[in-house]
Design a protein around this ligand. Structure first.
Ligand code: DX5
Length: 228
């Protein structure tokens, strides 16, 4: 995919981590060589699951030097954006489907001094992000329906990844494409060939029998070898 000569980044979701040892697992992820950590924030309304709030993120912040990004799978993200920035997140990912005024919500994240990204669910067309591309540094194309880890990768999202990458290249934007959901060694190549360069993985990293470092290295290598 032309325009995807961007570095392959590995971003773990801590959803499959041992919540009784979350701090230790995050330290292990840093030692394993990941590029940043993604917090899957869920409110039980936007998605049928609940996870962590800003206090949990803040508790882990002093123990890890990596950047944090909050994947806000919540209704009314404007109400909580400042709390996640104050908790130590450098980037907030806002779902296009979660706010009535996406342009205003992305602008609110920028006003807080954080980087802003926009996410789109499987049924949401790529054009939903068109008029915020001048504001974000990343587009997250979900490759599962959000709410749970360990789901199957939706390869039907690959044409959408390509459509978003073409929009970015045509507009001359400096924007990463992140994929999240069912991303592991056997699915990463399709996502990268389609135009993604940031790989979010949870199950695929935490279930590697050879450990996190092996999983991170193998996933990055798979992504880099898939670039045309
Ligand atoms: C879905 C979550 C998951 C999680 C990683 O709402 O966002 O995609 O990050 O999932 P797996 O375990 O499929 O890598």
């Amino acid at each position: 995919m032309p325009g995807n000569d961007r570095p392959i980044l590995i971003v773990p979701s801590v959803l499959p981590a041992d919540f009784a040892r979350l701090g230790e697992d995050c330290v292990s992820l840093e030692k394993a060589g990941v590029d940043r950590i993604q917090w899957d924030v869920m409110d039980g309304h936007f998605v049928p699951n609940m996870t962590f709030g800003p206090d949990v993120v803040a508790a882990i912040r002093p123990h890890v030097t990596l950047p944090f990004e909050a994947h806000l799978m919540i209704d009314n993200p404007d109400l909580y954006a400042k709390q996640f920035v104050d908790a130590g997140c450098q980037r907030l990912i806002v779902h296009a489907e979660s706010t009535r005024h996406l342009h205003r919500s992305v602008g609110h994240v920028l006003d807080l001094g954080a980087a802003a990204a926009v996410a789109i669910n499987p049924a949401t067309p790529p054009d939903a992000v068109r008029y915020v591309l001048d504001m974000v540094d990343m587009v997250l194309v979900m490759t599962v329906n959000p709410g749970f880890g360990g789901q199957g990768y939706l390869a039907t999202m690959e044409p959408k990844i390509t459509a978003v990458r073409e929009m970015i290249v045509r507009g001359g934007y400096d924007i990463d494409i992140e994929v999240d959901g069912g991303v592991h060694e056997s699915t990463a190549a399709g996502a990268v060939r389609s135009g993604a360069n940031v790989l979010v993985a949870g199950t695929g990293l935490f279930t590697d029998s050879e450990g996190l470092e092996h999983a991170v290295t193998a996933l990055r290598a798979r992504g880099e070898s898939a670039r045309v």
